[in-house]
Design a protein around this ligand. Structure first.
Ligand code: HAM
Length: 421
């Protein structure tokens, strides 16, 4: 029996790596323009970190974490997200010493969710966190950064949804109000929503069932029940976005599946992705630094899901203009030629020329076929005739033209041809 990859985890194959690297390098360039520095955080953390940050009664913590007891009897979890770890690192390494900390990260996260298109158990996030400020401008800045990034990828079919969930007090008051409203309609809500009613009522706003959605659409809106400070903050964020002419829609029922959010929350939905259409999500979390043992400081951030971005790029047939690096296929016919081609290949590679070869005792025809399959721009062919003349045959795979080149001139000749591609 062959062993297959686990359900919900994906191999990223070489054919996708060009797009993947483009997404990553584009994010690194843009994020650094906005003053972010990269941080690499561990894949594993004490389970408690996630319980204290994401929230004990969230789906992630209740049902989805990969948790185990290690040999030292410690409870460890694979990270389901990165914000908690970034805050832990910020506090552990006193990253607040230089004022505002602006950090970005790229890496895999793990959640034991039911797999479907765009929902994996191991998925990659690319995100930013700004720690140490309450400014509404920073909320706007991270939202603008997310929108700019998507535009840089050439994506168009997306919508930016924003909302506020208020401060802790606002959240509590609104939860009570919502609960009172929903209690009456309990019988029409799905089982999941009924479960959430007593424990995490805000999550009912997230239910995708049409019958629940209908009830939610008439529920009280948090934006009408905010304290003055949270109302002002939300207005400031919207005004800052308006100044830069960023298109957004206020979705008064937008809530997030992680408990740490306060005030601004946002989501970027892609129109072609079906049920799992959030390509990016984020928001402010003004209590998390304190909840994890630090001072009372504000923070905000977001994360993109890389697999979902790739799905969006495929759906929109976006041309990322990824330039293929030219490759040459080297063929040695017979054992003497093979020995010589082995040396030639090494010399050329030391001059940064990209070559591949199979070293198989196969016919010229079979090897040419292989070069074609690999999309090589040129082949180098060394047989007895060429060996005798201290030369090698160079074939242009596109035109079929061939030229006999002396081995001494090979590097110069190839560099000239490759630079003109
Ligand atoms: P999140 O909404 O849980 O937020 O995830 C952010 C993004 O990760 C989602 O919008 C989606 O693109 C991707 N994602 C989440 N779960 C999966 C999955 N099972 N399969 C594929 N992609 C997925 C957070 O994780 C927050 N830490 C974001 C944040 C940063 N908030 C403030 N700072």
């Amino acid at each position: 029996m062959k062993i297959k990859a686990l359900k919900g985890v994906q191999d990223i194959l070489p054919e996708t790596i060009g797009q993947w690297d483009f997404l990553v390098s584009c994010s690194k360039n843009l994020f650094s323009v906005y003053g972010y520095q990269e941080i690499k955080i561990p894949l594993i953390e004490e389970t408690n970190l996630f319980i204290r940050s994401i929230g004990e009664q969230t789906d992630i913590v209740e049902k989805e974490m990969y948790t185990f007891i290690d040999k030292g009897n410690r409870k460890i979890s694979l990270r389901p997200e990165a914000t908690a770890s970034v805050v832990r690192a910020y506090l552990e390494h006193n990253l607040n010493q230089q004022g505002l900390a602006k950090l970005f990260y790229i890496g895999p996260m793990f959640r034991g969710e039911k797999p479907q298109s765009g929902r994996n158990r191991q998925f990659y996030q690319l995100g930013v966190e700004v720690l140490g400020s309450y400014s509404a401008y920073l909320d706007a800045e991270v939202i603008i950064l997310a929108a700019e990034y998507i535009k840089k990828l050439g994506l168009k079919n997306f919508t930016l949804l924003i909302n506020t969930v208020g401060c802790t007090e606002d959240k509590l008051n609104y939860s009570k109000l919502l609960k009172t409203y929903l209690e009456d309609k309990k019988d029409s809500l799905c089982e999941n929503c009924n479960n959430r009613l007593g424990r995490n009522v805000l999550r009912i706003l997230d239910c995708k069932r049409p019958s629940c959605k209908k009830i939610v659409n008439e529920a009280p809106q948090i934006t009408n029940h905010l304290c003055e400070d949270c109302t002002d903050h939300f207005n400031d964020v919207k005004n800052a976005l308006d100044e830069i002419k960023i298109n957004y829609t206020v979705d008064p029922y937008l809530v997030r599946g992680l408990d740490y959010y306060t005030k601004t929350v946002f989501e970027i939905a892609h129109k072609d992705l079906g049920a799992q259409n959030a390509i990016c999500a984020g928001g402010r979390y003004d209590n998390l630094i304190k909840d994890l043992g630090g001072p009372q400081e504000g923070a905000t951030g977001f994360a993109f899901g890389i697999e979902r971005l790739l799905l969006a790029i495929t759906a929109e047939k976006t041309d990322l203009s990824i330039k293929k690096q030219p490759t040459i296929y080297a063929i040695g016919l017979g054992s003497v030629a093979q020995k010589k081609i082995f040396q030639i290949v090494q010399t050329l590679r030391s001059k940064n020329i990209r070559l591949t070869t199979s070293f198989e005792e196969k016919s010229l025809k079979a090897q040419m076929k292989q070069a074609n399959k690999l999309n090589c721009e040129y082949t180098l062919i060394l047989g007895d005739d060429e060996l005798e003349k201290d030369s090698i045959m160079l074939r242009d795979m596109q035109t079929g033209e061939q030229e006999l080149i002396t081995i001494n001139n090979l590097t110069t000749n190839l560099n000239k041809r490759l630079s003109s591609l």
